[in-house]
Ligand binder design. Structure first.
Ligand SMILES: O=C[C@H](O)COP(=O)(O)O
Length: 248
């Protein structure tokens, strides 16, 4: 059994409106996530922007180096570039180490690649200037195989054109939000096929698989394929070598 904890972003991204929990209860849950991450050498916690400052403080007070990640433009990716920059700036100020942006895949699907490139360059620049890891969620469930290949290739090309060789390991392409509504029981998250297409087209950029990773076997398979990070709301089940039907 490989040690998968160091690959994991242990994730809780439901808003109080989605979960029915209060703000306080959500923060409490995020603290539990952080404590589990500290106790089990999990790489990062991935939480909503509203909770970043408190969770960063919680982790720092415990002298841990668990990273704090948050999501920007979540979960539909249709925020304007300025809104994404503003949300990311606030998250940086609050102490986030990693910024997972949802790319404007709706604009991409409408053919507005110019806008998508502009948001990629500006938002990535902001993150890297502040020494943050930046990830771009492409929402593979919304795309055909050809589109997954194309958008991944585009991101890789834009990264190589606009950033240095040293920056590239800090710019991830990420598969899914885990929140996309699919029809007919289709998986809404990371599929092996989708991840393979991303890996084949990401060039020097690392790939993060996220969404629906529920068993240690699937996590190991993703890692063996070549992903550098896995986002999951079932982190503890994976570490304890259990399966989980549903995450947090
Ligand atoms: O970004 C990560 C995903 O939201 C995690 O998805 P999941 O809840 O299906 O594990």
């Amino acid at each position: 059994m490989m040690n998968i904890a160091q690959y994991l972003d242990s994730t809780y991204l439901k808003t109080p409106a989605q979960s029915g929990l209060s703000n306080e209860e959500t923060l409490q849950l995020d603290k539990e996530l952080a404590q589990e991450a500290i106790d089990n050498s999990i790489f990062a916690v991935m939480i909503r922007p509203d909770y970043v400052a408190d969770i960063k403080k919680y982790i720092q007070e415990r002298n841990s180096n668990v990273a704090v990640g948050t999501v920007i433009g979540f979960h539909e990716g249709t925020y304007s570039i300025d809104e994404k920059l503003e949300e990311a700036s606030q998250a940086i100020e609050d102490g986030a180490d990693e910024l997972d942006f949802v790319i404007n895949y709706s604009a991409y699907l409408k053919g507005d690649v110019v806008l998508v490139k502009e948001e990629f360059v500006k938002c990535t620049q902001l993150g890297l200037q502040n020494k943050k890891v930046v990830k771009w969620i492409i929402e593979i469930a919304a795309l055909t195989d050809e589109q997954i290949a194309d958008i991944t290739r585009n991101i890789s090309t834009w990264a190589e054109e606009n950033f240095t060789e040293n920056d590239l390991p800090n710019i991830f392409v990420k598969s899914s939000t885990g929140f996309y509504q699919t029809e007919g029981g289709k998986p809404n998250g990371a599929t092996f096929e989708g991840i393979k297409i991303m890996l084949d087209n990401a060039g020097k950029l690392p790939v993060k698989a996220a969404g629906g990773v529920r068993t240690p076997e699937d996590a190991e398979k993703m890692i063996n394929l070549g992903v550098k990070r896995i986002g999951t709301s079932s982190a503890m089940a994976l570490i304890k070598n259990e399966s989980s039907s549903e995450g947090y």
